[in-house]
Design a binder for this molecule. Structure first.
Ligand code: HEM
Length: 500
């Protein structure tokens, strides 16, 4: 830089024969030098800023992490982004095993992973410090005004209004819908199987059964077969868009764009169903589905909550149920099938129980009382979801500094991720934790039954799954019907036990 300036002043001092010459001497050599000088200044300044920011990134990371286990240095800018793009159970287990609390950073989001039951439950039960944090695309897909994004008192009061949709009376009504949809699907599975000599993949087939069941439980006769099929087919775009990091703009062609289009289709049909349900109850019909039950509750003179819900708002609530349940229920059901068929001695016990409860009459519709008389199957479903939890963790974010332990405070605006897996595989509560052992639930004095705080398959605290009884009942019902009516084989592959 200084050499160039020297050149310029030398040229200015040289004697010149013509004004043109002197101008030439002055400006021509000086211009490129000044440009070079400026660009070099820029370069050095930019480099200094970048180096300072990178250093600051490391300092902030180490300041937040303090003594927690985790990398001493974070990979500049992206952190553990590469790992988060292809997560594996082994990777998570390694992280959980590193400590009850451990730290990582992804794209400068500071993340504390909690592995112990104590810390996981503390996160789930501290609503003033932490709230659920869905992936970024969730707000675009569900719409920001959806009730699931409420927190604190507002959330509690809204949720209280929805509890009436999951009472035992309501569940009894849903049971007959679930059973007829399940029988319809199992008949079609058998028909397909009779035309094929090869094993067929179950994932999308079971997923479709779940979607059909949910839509009919929610909307009953107010949703057409055409609508149920269209929502079921389009919904896959929503599952695919739920990635940790998405392209930030929902431009045509992106996954989030496709998911938003799918949501629009679903909401249109659900809104129409809400309208029809209101008309049906107004005309004096008895409730036949969840929407009818809801409208009936709102019309009850003794009801104390808010009464006005637009068709769209009701549709958004039903959509939140689909969103929260579709993948977890499918995973729970598919592992249920796998665990049942891979263990013939368990399948034999399930069948013996079915024979006892149904007393040889396999056409008789199931009732809640009959489901209550299936303790072994209920224990099996509970155990199946313990061994392979459909939800392994739920990300939360801190609203303010969160003093999670005596010697560590999670900084505000961090992610805190309670693990469910470790609580469900704690050998002191579940000896031989990887073993599928329904019997461990059958004794009221056994350590599984006496430590309910460890069973966090459905979460804990104010956001605990609102549909847990319905979900457990649905998986029980499908497996009960399948065990009673079908022969099944599972073609085991090297990937059968892998969690994707
Ligand atoms: C096997 C099936 C299911 C599993 C494993 C499951 C699991 C979970 C978990 C872990 C949470 C988060 C809890 C927390 O943060 O503490 C949750 C929340 C939720 N679940 Fe489920 N769920 C299932 C089925 C369902 C069904 C069938 C519905 C509705 C019909 C449903 C509706 C919801 C809703 C609305 C929330 C959010 C509750 C709130 O924020 O207040 N889930 N579920």
């Amino acid at each position: 830089m200084s050499a160039n300036l020297k050149d310029a002043s030398l040229a200015a001092a040289m004697p010149s024969s013509t004004p043109f010459n002197s101008l030439y001497n002055l400006t021509a050599p000086a211009f490129p030098s000044l440009v070079q000088a400026k660009s070099a200044t820029w370069l050095y300044t930019s480099a200094a800023i970048v180096i300072s920011l990178l250093a600051l990134e490391q300092i902030v990371y180490r300041y937040k992490k303090r003594h927690l286990p985790g990398d001493k240095w974070t990979i500049p800018i992206i952190g553990k982004f590469a790992d988060s793009m292809s997560p594996s159970m082994q990777g998570y287990k390694k992280q959980w095993d590193s400590g009850a609390l451990s730290a990582i950073s992804v794209f400068n989001i500071f993340i504390v992973m909690a592995s112990s039951n104590e810390f996981s439950r503390k996160i789930l039960n501290s609503p003033s410090y932490a709230e659920p944090c869905l992936v970024h695309s969730a707000k675009q897909i569900l719409r920001p005004e959806n009730w699931v994004f409420l927190n604190g008192k507002e959330h509690l009061s809204y949720r209280r209004g929805l509890n009436g949709l999951f009472t035992r009376r309501a569940l009894g009504m849903y049971l007959s819908i679930q059973e007829s949809i399940t029988r319809k699907h199992l008949t079609s599975w058998l028909d397909t199987a009779s035309k094929s000599t090869e094993a067929l993949p179950i994932m999308m087939t079971a997923r479709h059964l779940n979607m059909d069941t949910s839509l009919h439980v929610f909307c009953g006769k107010h949703i057409s077969e055409e609508a149920a099929l269209e929502i079921s087919e389009k919904y896959w775009a929503i599952t695919q868009s739920l990635e940790l990091v998405n392209f930030p703009l929902a431009l045509p062609g992106t996954k989030v764009y496709k998911a938003i289009q799918a949501r629009k289709v679903a909401l249109r049909w659900l809104e129409l169903a809400a309208k029809r349900s209101k008309e049906s109850i107004a005309s004096g019909s008895e409730p036949e589905c969840m929407l009818d039950e809801w409208v009936q509750i709102l019309n009850d003179p003794s009801y104390k909550g808010r009464r006005e819900f637009s068709d769209l708002e009701m549709a958004m609530v039903l959509f939140s149920f689909l969103f929260a349940s579709q993948d977890a229920m499918s995973s729970g059901l598919i592992y249920g099938f796998q665990h049942m068929v891979d263990n013939p001695e368990i399948l034999a016990k399930i069948r013996a129980e079915q024979d006892a409860v149904r007393q040889g009459n396999y056409e008789k519709p199931l009732t809640l009382e009959m489901v209550d008389q299936m303790p072994y199957l209920n224990a099996f479903v509970k155990e199946s979801m313990r061994v392979k939890p459909p939800v392994t963790m739920v990300p939360y974010k801190t609203l303010k500094p969160f003093p999670i332990s005596d010697d560590y405070t999670v900084p505000a605006n961090s992610m805190v991720i309670p693990s469910f897996y470790n609580s469900l595989h704690d050998p002191s509560v579940y000896p031989e934790p990887d073993k599928l052992d329904p019997e461990r639930w059958l004794s009221a004095e056994g350590s599984a039954s006496t430590n309910p705080k460890n069973y966090i398959v459905f979460g804990s605290g104010p956001h605990r799954c609102i549909g847990l009884e319905y979900a457990q009942m649905n998986i029980v019902l499908v497996l009960a019907t399948a065990a009673a009516l079908m022969d099944m084989e599972h073609e085991i592959t090297p990937l059968s036990e892998e969690v994707e």
